[in-house]
Design a protein around this ligand. Structure first.
Ligand SMILES: [Mg+2]
Length: 143
């Protein structure tokens, strides 16, 4: 089984999904819990849980983030993003791969993503007070 096969989820985006009659999910109508349930069902049907150690999922997350980054490789700061127009549809695909890996990792690490994000946003708000950092790029220990 290829790495790509282990990490691609059941979610598809774009015209291919429409022609295949797949119900289109949207951020406004879909909860994280629904996505996690869908991935749990998808993975269980394929018996892929045996490959989903936290280590493997963390590596897969990094691989998929690299695939996303590769789409933008060699682009100019003021040039088109991504630099090759035919790569544009793949941006959503790679973002989906990253999200799928992240949700699979949350599942196996016992992490509630919304709670973890809420805690991190609160910590970042303390670390980066608006009155000190607005419009600045330095890290918390550099301003
Ligand atoms: Mg990928």
């Amino acid at each position: 089984m290829s790495l790509r096969g282990t990490i691609l989820g059941s979610m598809q985006v774009g015209p291919a999904a429409i022609t295949q009659g797949i119900h289109m999910l949207t951020d406004d109508s879909t909860t994280i819990s629904e996505l996690r349930h869908r991935l749990r069902t998808f993975n269980a049907a394929r018996d892929w849980g045996q490959y989903h150690s936290q280590r493997n999922l963390a590596m897969a997350l990094s691989v998929e983030a690299g695939e996303l980054l590769e789409l933008f490789l060699w682009s100019a700061d003021d040039g088109p993003q991504p630099p090759v127009i035919t790569r544009k549809p793949r941006v959503a695909e790679e973002i989906a791969d990253v999200a799928i890996c992240l949700l699979n990792l949350c599942e196996h690490a016992g992490v509630d993503l919304a709670a973890a994000m809420e805690a991190k946003i609160a910590a970042n708000a303390d670390r980066y007070p608006v009155e000190k950092v607005r419009g600045r790029l330095e890290k918390h220990d550099e301003y």
